[in-house]
Write a protein that binds this ligand. Structure first.
Ligand code: AMP
Ligand code: ZN
Length: 456
């Protein structure tokens, strides 16, 4: 059976097959904006994409090229780096390292190429120049460059934005995201002229434009072209990227290259926490460190994140992590009971059938537990390991639970970490003393810290 995924563009289930004669499957997944730790919602998307990557590896061994970018220049990265009084590069490096550490903890395979926007300015400028020459883009009065949406009649095919807006009785203008100097409300920025709040962050622009920086959407068109070519096999991201980001990527790439940009589009749904959209102000935004501080393992988070259908919203609760830890313990015990070989190689066929049918991870876990609950007869390690690989589940012995620091100590540690990052070492030292007085010690790592109960 072939791997099938829902295609957001044609709105049907379609087989995944490489188009290029070299047989390499070209897969682009929009990556994180590196200005803060990624939250568990972001990681739902990255874990789902990791399961896709793993299934592709099984389907096309050694012939998968997975590219996932880093957005390391935009309003947020610039603003936060300036607030922290760090260069943009130093600041985004911290959050890139943290993202890598979290991905490794979640057992996500690293992409084959991880290009960043600031390392591909020339490629973006080149594409913008082509779009200007072809009449798909224009320079605005302030030296920015905009994409002219009316020059691309197919605009909106992915998100059906025109139908959506017409249904609401509004015009496409309502979909505008950038303002400033553009000719039409729906046009979007390819290049943003420098503004004082950008500080030292500016690059030479396309011919005729001002110094500045690329708009967000163009980076994926340029990096995908550079590393995967003009036509790719699969492009993915969370549902919020469907419009305008992916719609704009299609417009840029297809107008520039004159050919299909991606043959297949896949969007996974969002994670909710306690039934609500995650937000700092609601206090329901979790990072991996927040969950580690509560004693949960990253493996349990990964399990919880794949326990819902990727194309349906998933409601996360701390209870789901307790259930995940229990499920992992059952799998661990099952694994220990298996012989190395001699079992039926097809015993887990229903698990793979569920995964190949539009990535039905909850059905796959159900099928896995049907086998586990029957007992180990006829099952061997080799077959079980293949299932664990596909789902990305690692059954290492769980870390011994550490005593959890009280909220006051965690609050002090957060303050000290912020002070340290802001290079306010006097405050950081004072806070360390307060933490010690409360009976805890704070151990600094490159990308975060741990709190340990002081001995004695
Ligand atoms: P960002 O760093 O904001 O560009 O987001 C990185 C990825 O996380 C994108 O693919 C988003 O679609 C995805 N994402 C953002 N919020 C959520 C959420 N609550 N649940 C699932 N995915 C999300
Ligand atoms: Zn993108």
């Amino acid at each position: 059976m072939a791997l099938k995924l829902f295609d957001s563009l044609t709105r049907e289930l379609r087989d995944l097959k490489p188009a290029h004669p070299d047989g390499v499957y070209r897969f682009y997944n929009c990556g994180p904006t590196v200005y803060a730790p990624a939250h568990i919602g972001n990681f739902r998307t990255f874990v789902v994409n990791d399961v896709i990557r793993r299934l592709l590896e099984l389907e096309f061994p050694g012939k998968v090229k997975h590219v996932r970018n880093l957005t390391d220049v935009d309003d947020k990265t610039i603003k936060r780096s300036r607030e922290a009084d760090q260069s943009l590069g130093d600041y985004t490096r911290i959050w890139t390292d943290k993202f890598h550490a979290d991905c490794a903890a979640l057992n996500c395979l690293p992409p084959n190429v991880e290009p960043s926007a600031t390392n591909h300015i020339a490629e973006q400028v080149d594409m913008i120049e082509v779009l200007m020459q072809k009449g798909n883009a224009y320079r605005a009065a302030d030296g920015s460059v905009y994409f002219k949406v009316s020059s691309f009649p197919e605009y909106g095919a992915l998100s059906r934005v025109k139908e959506r807006e017409l249904q609401k009785g509004a015009t496409l203008k309502a979909a505008a995201f950038d303002d400033d100097e553009k000719e039409d409300g729906s046009d979007f920025a390819l290049w943003k002229a420098w503004k004082p709040e950008d500080g030292p962050n500016k690059w030479a622009g396309p011919k005729g434009a001002s110094e500045g920086r690329p708009g967000w959407h163009i980076e994926c068109s340029a990096m995908s072209k550079k590393h995967l070519g003009e036509t790719i096999d699969l492009h993915t991201g969370g549902v919020d990227l469907l419009f305008p980001h992916h719609e704009n990527e299609i417009a840029q790439s297809q107008c520039c290259n004159g050919t299909t940009f991606s043959r297949h589009w896949y969007h996974s749904e969002h994670l909710l926490v306690d039934g609500k959209k995650m937000s700092k102000s609601l206090g329901n935004l979790y990072t991996l460190d927040d969950l580690a501080a509560k004693g949960f393992s990253p493996a349990a988070l990964r399990y919880a994140l794949i326990s819902g259908h990727p194309r349906k919203q998933l409601n996360f609760t701390l209870d789901s992590l307790h259930a995940a830890e229990k499920a992992l313990a059952t799998l661990r015990a099952f694994s220990a009971s298996l012989p190395a070989g001699g079992g039926n190689p097809d015993v887990f066929a229903p698990v793979f059938a569920a995964l190949q049918d539009d990535l039905n991870t909850p059905a796959a876990l159900g099928a896995l537990f049907t086998v586990v609950n029957r007992g180990s007869a006829g099952v061997d390690h080799a077959a079980f390991t293949r299932v664990l690989f596909a789902l990305g589940l690692k059954l290492d012995a769980p870390a011994a639970p550490k005593p959890e620091a009280p909220a006051e100590v965690i609050a002090l540690a957060e303050k000290r970490w912020a002070a340290k990052k802001a290079k306010d070492f006097a405050s950081a030292d004072k806070l360390r003393a307060e933490i010690a007085a409360a009976g805890w010690s704070m151990l600094d790592r490159k990308d975060g810290y741990t709190l340990e109960k002081a001995k004695g």
